[in-house]
Design a protein around this ligand. Structure first.
Ligand code: HEM
Ligand SMILES: *[C@@H]1O[C@H](CO)[C@@H](O)[C@H](O)[C@H]1NC(C)=O
Ligand SMILES: *[C@@H]1O[C@H](CO)[C@@H](O)[C@H](O)[C@H]1NC(C)=O
Ligand SMILES: *[C@@H]1O[C@H](CO)[C@@H](O)[C@H](O)[C@H]1NC(C)=O
Ligand SMILES: *[C@@H]1O[C@H](CO)[C@@H](O)[C@H](O)[C@H]1NC(C)=O
Length: 325
């Protein structure tokens, strides 16, 4: 191709990208639901006051929604073939009642205009902010999907047992790069994990007869005590040891010390592949909280843009748990 036609194609694809992106807008509901932001903020604040962990649970809902069929609130649909029953969500994803309360309060103020997918995006932002983290302008105008995808949830959501290359690939599949992988993993600066998802690291890891060598041996006894071998795996520990409810960059300091709880956390710093991919980003965030805050906000906006339904696609659900009849 000539230089000129190259430039033509670059400009055309740039315009297409911008066109696709700009379908979501920060002021989407400014006329139709001007009180939306204050209503969601108030509801999220109440929920967190009642239980600090709820901030983490709401943040995770937006992530698990966006990775499966895009940010379309498909995760919220009830039913035995729903995403709620996929392995990554079963007995794990929580906060659905809080989303119901927010939706009800929003419906009371402005009926049938605000999508459940947008409520998830705003609730995630507010949860981070109210936990002491950054804020950002949430892009809005998503519509709700008509189907759940349980198989998709099983295939597309990253697992804590996966290697770094698989995790990177799953993020790449939805258009997220290495910066996004590390920044968004920083969501684990709040919330809890069940023992079942990391206890394989505490003894005879991969048949070595010893705990995972990338795990700081000083925290092993504490984790073993929290996860007795005869328990059912449902006990929980903070994902960010010593800083469980505050949204800060302490999670990355922990990774640099071998104190990541999940195998999928620690590989960001300790795996062979991390050396050429994610380790320097972990180091950056551990030493520069502002860099983490800025990148996290940007990556959340990117994640919130995954395959959104806009215009007249999908619908605005009246009840987040069921499609409109
Ligand atoms: C990188 C791949 C990821 C993996 C493998 C992963 C895996 C997990 C696992 C296994 C848990 C514990 C679940 C349980 O105990 O049942 C968890 C919790 C959590 N995850 Fe992730 N996650 C990843 C990325 C993310 C992202 C991108 C976010 C958000 C930006 C996020 C936010 C959270 C939060 C806030 C919790 C705590 C939830 C609560 O306490 O209710 N995770 N994650
Ligand atoms: C569910 O997700 C899988 C994996 O991405 C995809 O192949 C399939 O088309 C999706 N199904 C529906 C109904 O969206
Ligand atoms: C990831 O994408 C963002 C823009 O969305 C960019 O600023 C950042 O440099 C990229 N990171 C890597 C490692 O390519
Ligand atoms: C560790 O696991 C390996 C294989 O999974 C097994 O052969 C070995 O006996 C185990 N060692 C201990 C100390 O339990
Ligand atoms: C954990 O608790 C859930 C109910 O909250 C239960 O269904 C499940 O069987 C428990 N897990 C294990 C491994 O026993």
């Amino acid at each position: 191709m000539t230089r000129k036609s190259n430039i033509f194609w670059i400009l055309t694809s740039l315009m297409l990208c911008v066109g696709a992106r700009s379908r979501l807008r920060t002021d989407f509901y400014s006329k139709t639901c001007p009180t939306l932001f204050s209503i969601v903020r108030k509801e999220v604040r109440m929920a967190i006051k009642n239980e600090a962990r709820m901030a983490a649970s709401l943040l995770r809902l937006h992530f698990h929604d966006c990775f499966v069929n895009g940010c379309d609130a498909s995760l919220l649909l009830d039913g035995k073939d729903g995403e709620k029953f996929a392995f990554p969500n079963l007995n794990s994803a929580r906060g659905f009642e809080v989303i119901d309360s927010i939706k009800e309060a929003v419906e009371n103020a402005c009926s049938s205009v605000v999508s459940c997918a947008d409520i998830l995006a705003i609730a995630a932002r507010d949860s981070v902010f109210l936990s002491g983290g950054p804020s950002w302008k949430v892009l809005l105008g998503r519509r709700d999907g008509l189907v759940a995808n349980q198989t998709g949830a099983n295939i597309l959501l990253p697992s804590p047992f996966e290697s770094l290359d698989r995790i990177i690939a799953k993020f790449a599949d939805v258009g997220l790069n290495l910066t996004d992988v590390v920044a968004l993993s920083g969501g684990h600066t709040i919330g809890l994990s069940r023992c079942a998802l990391f206890s394989h690291r505490l003894s005879n890891f991969s048949g070595t007869g010893a705990p995972d060598s990338s795990l700081d041996s000083r925290v092993v006894p504490r984790l073993q005590a929290a996860c007795p071998t005869d328990s059912d795996g449902n006990n929980t520990v903070p994902l960010d040891i010593n800083s469980r409810d505050s949204f800060d960059s302490h999670y990355f300091e922990n990774l640099a010390k071998g104190r990541g709880i999940l195998q999928s956390d620690q590989v960001l710093f300790s795996s062979e592949l991390a050396i050429s991919t994610t380790r320097d980003i972990v180091r950056l965030y551990a030493s520069d909280p502002t860099a983490f805050s800025n990148d996290f906000a940007n990556s959340m906006i990117k994640m919130g843009n995954i395959k959104t339904l806009t215009g007249s696609s999908g619908e605005v659900r009246g009840n987040c748990r069921v499609v409109n009849s």
